[in-house]
Design a protein. Structure first.
Length: 82
């Protein structure tokens, strides 16, 4: 796992939070979407960022968005073999 990529992704999420008037800091297990901190447009942007940075294809229509509700879940997702 590339810690630099995860660090950059954390910063990207922090910037998304700031744009929505929230603090940039968040914990690994803090809810990003179910809590309302980020919206559906942020989810699309986050999915595109994860795909780009980690070379994943998350375009499956059955992809469960709840799999990226926390940074810990995102980390687990990008660790999975392609």
């Amino acid at each position: 796992m590339d810690d630099a990529k995860l660090g950059a992704l954390r910063q990207t999420i922090g910037a998304m939070l700031v744009k929505r008037g929230m603090p940039a800091e968040f914990g690994d297990d803090d809810s990003l979407f179910d809590s309302g901190a980020l919206d559906s447009m942020s989810a699309v942007n986050l999915l595109m960022e994860v795909e780009s940075v980690f070379g994943l294809d998350l375009s499956d229509p059955d992809f469960d968005i709840s799999r990226i509700d926390t940074f810990a879940e995102i980390t687990e997702l990008v660790k999975q073999p392609a």
